[in-house]
Design a protein around this ligand. Structure first.
Ligand SMILES: [Zn+2]
Length: 129
């Protein structure tokens, strides 16, 4: 399932940035957002992964604002549309990471296969005891 090519990119970037910059629990471990230069590098890596160019990221102050506007617009389109249920928060214990569900049937419950496997392993161990 895809929203459209532009919305897909900005919503994925928004999800990645929320998970990167929000303290909490990530796949069963405490998560703290990076700070200082490490934060700049981590945000740059997210944007590079989405097709942004790091050299422009460092030199052009309008690029972060452009991404922020794009992410906000993409989230508004998704949240205001019929597919708002495609955004979610991981249901695994000790994880509060967000995700965008691009699966065909729209039944995603976890932020990652790591969380999915943790839940399955815990259920298996419970059945054995
Ligand atoms: Zn998770």
């Amino acid at each position: 399932m895809n929203f459209n090519s532009h919305t897909d990119v900005v919503v994925r970037v928004a999800v990645d940035l929320v998970n990167l910059l929000t303290p909490g629990e990530d796949r069963g471990r405490r998560s703290a957002p990076p700070e200082g230069d490490e934060r700049t590098a981590a945000v740059g890596a997210v944007l590079r992964g989405a097709g942004g160019r790091e050299a422009t990221w460092d030199a052009d102050n309008s690029l972060p604002n452009g991404w922020a506007a794009g992410c906000a617009t993409g989230l508004a389109v998704v949240l205001g549309g019929s597919r708002s249920d495609r955004l979610g928060v991981c249901t695994a214990p000790r994880c509060d990471r967000v995700y965008v569900d691009t699966s065909r049937n729209g039944t995603r419950r976890y932020c990652s296969t790591s969380c999915q496997n943790r839940v399955k392993t815990a259920a298996f161990r419970t059945r054995l005891s």
